[in-house]
Ligand binder design. Structure first.
Ligand code: DP6
Length: 343
């Protein structure tokens, strides 16, 4: 190999049944299986160039060279693939995030999924998407699910080889999501730290695991029947239960800000007013996501704008599986970056 190039796009996903806790933090094996919806509106494009002439890995995010710490994360991740192929060429990794970074919109999910597919493309790896998801998992747990589109399950599995994602349903049936961007700043407690602290100290944690298992079964049945209201009710209940484990950790903490509570209140008021099914979920950040019917997104967005700045309400349809991009697509993404109209 003198040079091997791969480029890919992966969309972010929002968990409807949350992944919250690891049973093995080195292998990123989760305590529970989870289920998500991939979103069309948020994604990461990544180009990886393995080059024999490089003497170290280089990582650029949104055109900017990243710190040693960030490069080290990418290098450790590339090591996994290099162990697999039995050689260690260095790489230049360039990523463009069309996701507000670290705002609880799971940019790490799309990031490691895009990088996994770009590496697989560059190295011409002969593996299934599901196998590839076991690699993505070791960059960030939630990225396991971003290799697929629509509703996706990440099965907790029994080992590193079978803790993988698989598609559940393409979500092509009047489903959408609104994201209320309460705060797009860097999150204060990384999910990695927050979940570990919760597992270790929350007396509610065993109950969380038990009920997440039941929620997952019920949610898969609701998806199979395209029963939107049951899907939404389980989503909202599951997310709030996850956050209850952070409130019951010792010392307690929360990802919610005062504005998150105002956003939640606005959602309650608007769904009551409009009599429209709309269900909230939140991740390791202050933003509020609303699962709704795609056909109700316009009305909800309008009504919510009475409570919330309209430019901070982003709507999304379900998104596709990760896919390989051409050099021409990559050039277009770079142009969008320089024009400053990425998020
Ligand atoms: C609340 O995937 O960011 O968004 O595996 O440590 O990188 P690491 O954590 P990460 O955690 C996501 C937590 C969550 C729920 C979810 O996406 O399932």
């Amino acid at each position: 190999m003198t040079q091997a190039v791969g480029i890919a796009r992966a969309h972010t996903n929002i968990a409807l049944i949350k992944y919250w806790g690891k049973r093995d933090k080195n292998l990123f094996l989760p305590m529970n299986s989870s289920l998500s919806l991939t979103l069309e509106a948020f994604y990461t494009d990544t180009k990886v160039t393995f080059d024999d002439h490089l003497t170290e890995d280089i990582f650029l995010l949104n055109g900017k060279e990243q710190s040693e710490k960030e490069v080290a994360k990418i290098s450790r991740f590339l090591d996994l693939f290099c162990e697999y192929i039995g050689e260690r060429p260095f790489a230049r990794v360039e990523s463009i995030n069309f996701v507000p970074t670290a705002a609880g919109l799971a940019s790490s999910a799309s990031a490691f999924a895009a990088l996994s597919l770009a590496v697989a493309d560059a190295l011409k790896l002969d593996m299934t998407r599901q196998e590839l998801s076991t690699f993505a998992r070791r960059g960030s747990g939630s990225s396991t699910r971003s290799l697929f589109g629509g509703f996706v399950e990440w099965e907790m599995g029994t080992s590193s080889e079978d803790s993988m994602a698989h598609p559940v349903d393409d979500a092509d049936w009047d489903v959408g999501m609104l994201v209320l961007v309460v705060d797009s700043q860097e999150k204060k407690i990384a999910s990695r730290i927050g979940m570990e602290h919760t597992v270790q100290t929350s007396p509610f944690y065993p109950a969380w695991i038990e009920s997440a298992r039941e929620d997952l079964q019920a949610m898969k049945a609701a998806i199979a029947e395209k029963d939107f209201e049951t899907l939404g009710r389980i989503t909202e209940h599951n997310g709030f239960k996850m956050h209850a484990t952070t409130l019951s950790a010792n010392p307690p903490f929360t990802y919610w800000s005062a504005d998150s509570l105002l956003a939640q209140e606005a959602v309650r008021q608007v769904r009551e007013e409009l009599q429209v099914p709309a269900y909230m979920t939140m991740d390791a950040g202050p933003n509020v996501k609303v699962l709704c019917r795609a056909s109700d997104m316009g009305r909800l967005q309008k009504a919510l704008s009475a409570h919330f700045p309209v430019e901070k309400i982003i709507s999304s349809l379900p998104g596709p599986a990760a896919y390989v991009l051409s050099e021409a697509d990559w050039q277009q993404s770079k142009t969008r970056l320089t024009e400053g109209n990425h998020l």
